[in-house]
Design a protein around this ligand. Structure first.
Ligand SMILES: [Zn+2]
Length: 923
């Protein structure tokens, strides 16, 4: 189907479009298997184009062309398609093009001659088959409803078009369909007309008054129920809010609706941005490749990020829903009103919008917890991507399939880069910069540079070196050395940076890195953090003001590292302070600094920076576990240092307001994170060592975990407020520790919680413990859970994922058996992610079994998915890309499977790109 050697597209080859589209009138005659599309384009030559080519090339794939009509204004054509009933006459019209006037290829339509001097109207009629579209790009069928996904390049599977984000145009869309089959007909913008037709058919016309690229186009048609609410903007305009779901999900929309209103208010308060249409619609669909899509005025969401009821969704589901609803809403300004010039600029809209949604969630819940969770994910998953064969800058310079670049690097590291600008210019400066960005570029398709330019201009600073963050891949290593001089009462910090080579980038230049630092006295109090005049080598580094705090405002400094190595000297320090560096994780780097266990335990007790306090505990546990890994590998007995037990005991004995933060302080680094720290990953040793620490802590602190469990266990149904969430979180953390004791009492406790739970958080937490233990009632609990929730697809996803990520010996056999389960469906991305994805990405112990069965299994599924859904298939290859991190035996086994995947017949561009890059020689 596709080229054996797909083509690479380069940023340096960008040229402006040769033609512009001024408006498009789309008509859809909807049918599950044969939808007819008519597209009436008003075009003209782009005066800015330097190209000598006068032919008009439109992108298009997988469709049947019916007719092309070119009206240059000289010949009245009768191709006026305003009225739906006049659409499908089927008669050739004046100005219809004959076969020799155009060329149709596999992915394009080339019209040899079009007017160069004046506007012209091109009408194209084609048909598509939504039911056969299992790739879920373009128009497709999801559990009986028609819906679209056009980002990045799905619109070209609907009709021929200039499918690129810098072609922005006005859309008018008419949908025609059977009244019973498609009672609800939605598209972008405002509903401007509707009517009835013979044969039980009806039509609706939508008009979007804002110019937009075609990737933001959407249509939805089907049997849907609508939940409605209203929001009044800061300028007093009333906006109708509508969430469309299937009938049985109407009672699961309250939280999504509230989240939307929270997001609308937050964007007005923090960014001064108001919503612009009169109507905001969200549709939840069960078959979706991504999380959600920000189509103008008509967001299409994966059901996972809309539907929630306390008994069906966990606290973290609730938080994710609010975050994703916020994210898509915020795109209305950062993505839709101002969009990307080309797909290499994807981080322009995603990095900024992720930063916005992170801040929104932090403001809504706990800033400390949100920051830790985001950094945890970045360091576990994005750092791995940045160190592997697919490493790329947040603004990539080449791709084969753009769908492969919806990555953690573009999104999460992209958000960190925006956050660093925020740190450098401060909250007020950032707002000035974003105001200027909106003012300069509203209605345009722009680049990452335009964003940085606005931040620079509004704050009168120089970010020229900072721009390297957009172009350079890889995670920099920040090394810190300290020297205290008692006679001078000074502390000298030597900071150096180094970034390892990544594919295509052997040599790296120094980056502009903001490093926030604070100092502590030996008694835990805050030490002055004053830079000596001339005490650092960079003339630019200012001391920033203190952060607001309840008792003593902690003094801290912002160091700006711009060279390979720089020295900073702090004065007036009567005793040697303890250094708290990279506070709030002020830059996405790997920090290397020698620390004793005692020093880490001290910071875990006293650091006033909530991120670094947690980080000290993670490093403490990490050092201890890595020692135990070495013991396990050489067959020595394992012993947990008493410093670790005492440090956790200290945390347990303190009073805490933020119970979610408290439970994060008690959590050990994940197995995946620990693997990232090893030269050669040893999944068995990691699992054994980590479990041993958990067991030791459970044994030695059992009474405290028991008491904490009892004190926080309430017989309550789920409330999404921070008090209740915190109680559940700390209680379930304790349950998880206690479960390591594997005794009858604990089995009873978990089963009791499972049976009596009134909310999904508690029920899932109990079932997780049961599934990951040799619990005698395991199968019975799994069966009863399935029976209870079989009508709730999202809960059944959890049931699959839980078993797929189990650490118990039967996990792989269970996964194989579940592939045959009637509820499993390879065509549903949520199911694929919950079974195949969870096993390959969240079960390192069993996926990396030494006999290679996990790898073979995954390759089988990727080959099957390659034809059905290339995007999802390519995502699944991700679990194999880090093969060079393992021992020789596993390397050979994974490599064999990657090579096997490469021989797949009709391999998709998506899978080809990830598999071939994984196998390529490293830089
Ligand atoms: Zn986004």
């Amino acid at each position: 189907m596709r080229d054996a050697n797909p083509q690479t597209i380069y940023l340096k080859d960008y040229t402006v479009p040769e033609y512009l589209i001024h408006s498009v009138a789309l008509n859809f005659d909807l049918d599950d298997e044969n939808t007819r599309v008519s597209s009436r384009l008003t075009l003209s030559r782009n005066p800015a184009s330097q190209s000598k080519d006068t032919a008009l090339t439109l992108s298009g794939e997988n469709m049947k062309l019916i007719r092309i009509n070119l009206d240059d204004g000289t010949n009245p054509s009768g191709a006026d398609l305003h009225l739906p009933e006049g659409l499908w006459a089927g008669q050739p019209r004046v100005n219809d093009l004959s076969k020799d006037q155009y060329l149709q290829t596999q992915d394009a339509l080339i019209i040899n001659q079009v007017p160069q001097q004046q506007r012209f109207v091109l009408t194209i009629e084609n048909s598509i088959n939504p039911k056969a579209n299992t790739a879920l790009e373009g128009l497709y069928l999801s559990s009986g409803m028609l819906c679209t996904q056009c980002e990045a390049e799905g619109f070209r599977k609907i009709t021929y078009f200039l499918d690129r984000p810098d072609v922005m145009t006005l859309f008018t869309t008419t949908l025609v369909g059977d009244k019973d089959r498609y009672p609800v007909l939605l598209s972008n913008g405002n509903k401007v007309a509707q009517g009835e037709l013979p044969d039980n058919r009806h039509w609706v016309t939508w008009e979007d008054p804002f110019n937009k690229p075609c990737y933001l186009f959407a249509l939805v048609a089907g049997q849907l129920e609508c939940v409605e609410d209203r929001f009044t903007t800061q300028s007093g305009r009333d906006i109708d809010l509508q969430i469309f779901v299937e009938k049985h999900d109407v009672d699961k929309c309250d939280h999504a609706m509230q989240s939307l209103k929270n997001a609308m208010l937050w964007d007005e308060q923090v960014y001064g941005r108001e919503y612009d249409l009169d109507l905001y619609m969200i549709v939840a669909v069960s078959h979706f490749n991504m999380g959600a899509m920000e189509n103008k005025g008509l967001n299409v969401f994966n059901t996972k990020f809309v539907l929630a009821r306390p008994d069906t969704a966990t606290d973290s589901d609730y938080e994710h829903i609010e975050g994703v609803i916020g994210h898509e809403y915020f795109h209305n300004w950062t993505g839709n009103r101002i969009t990307c010039r080309d797909w290499f600029q994807l981080s322009l809209k995603e990095g900024f919008t992720v930063f916005r949604d992170q801040e929104f969630t932090g403001d809504r819940a706990s800033k400390a917890v949100k920051r830790i969770e985001d950094v945890n994910m970045l360091r576990t998953r994005q750092f791995a991507e940045d160190a592997g064969p697919l490493a790329h800058p947040i603004r990539p310079d080449a791709y084969i399939e753009i769908n492969n670049f919806y990555t953690l690097t573009v999104y999460e590291k992209g958000a960190e880069v925006v956050r660093m600008i925020h740190t450098l210019v401060g909250t007020d400066g950032f707002r000035k910069g974003s105001d200027l960005y909106f003012e300069r570029h509203d209605g345009q398709a722009v680049t990452c540079d335009d964003f940085v330019n606005a931040m620079e201009a509004a704050n009168n600073i120089d970010l020229s070196q900072f721009r390297r963050w957009y172009a350079q891949a890889g995670t920099p290593v920040l090394t810190v050395q300290q020297h205290y001089d008692p006679s001078a009462q000074t502390l000298t910090l030597t900071l150096s940076q180094n970034c390892p080579p990544t594919p295509g980038q052997a040599l790296k230049e120094p980056l502009h890195i903001p490093v926030t630092v604070g100092l502590l006295n030996k008694d835990g109090s805050v030490a002055p953090c004053k830079l000596q005049a001339g005490g650092e080598t960079s003339p630019k580094a200012p001391t920033v003001g203190s952060r607001p705090g309840r008792i003593n405002p902690p003094l801290q400094s912002l160091l700006q590292l711009t060279q390979s190595e720089q020295v900073f000297t702090f004065e007036n320090l009567v005793e040697q302070p303890v250094v708290s560096i990279l506070r709030g994780f002020s830059a996405p780097v790997k920090l290397v600094m020698e620390r004793s266990l005692d020093e880490l335990a001290f910071l875990l007790s006293y650091d006033s920076d909530t991120f670094n306090r947690w980080e000290a505990g993670q490093q403490l546990a990490g050092q201890i576990i890595s020692g135990l890994i070495a013991d396990w590998q050489s067959g020595r007995d394992m012993h947990v240092s008493p410093i670790m037990v005492a440090a956790i005991q200290q945390v347990l004995e303190q009073p805490w307001d933020d119970l979610s933060y408290f439970s994060l302080l008690l959590s050990l680094p994940s197995e995946t994170y620990l693997a990232e720290q090893m030269q050669v990953v040893d999944v068995e040793a990691i699992h054994a060592a980590r479990e041993f620490v958990l067991l030791t802590l459970a044994e030695q602190l059992e009474a405290k975990f028991q008491a904490l469990y009892r004190n926080n266990h309430r017989d309550e149904s789920g409330q999404f407020d921070s008090g209740a969430i915190g109680r559940r979180r700390i209680k379930n953390t304790c349950l998880s520790y206690l479960s390591k004791l594997e005794n009858k009492h604990i089995y009873q406790l978990s089963q009791q919680q499972f049976n009596q739970a009134k909310n999904m958080t508690d029920q899932m937490a109990a079932l997780t413990v049961i599934v990951n233990n040799p619990h005698p009632a395991k199968q019975q609990c799994l069966d009863s859970f399935y029976h209870q929730w079989q009508a709730e697809a999202l809960v059944i996803d959890k049931w699959f994922a839980l078993q797929a990520s189990s650490s118990m010996p039967e996990a792989f056999a269970t996964v194989q058996a579940l592939m045959q389960h009637p509820a499993f469906d390879l065509k549903n991305p949520n199911r694929v992610r919950s079974l195949i994805g969870a096993f390959s990405q969240s079960n390192p112990l069993h996926f990396h079994a030494a006999n290679g069965q996990g790898y073979r299994f995954l390759a089988d599924q990727i080959i099957a998915l390659n034809t059905l859904n290339p995007q999802i298939a390519s995502r699944m290859v991700g679990a194999l890309t880090s093969w060079r991190r393992f021992d020789e035996g596993r390397q050979a086994l994974i490599k064999t499977q990657l090579e096997r995947i490469m021989t797949t017949e009709a391999i998709s561009k998506d899978v080809y790109e990830v598999a071939s890059k994984s196998l390529a020689q490293q830089a």
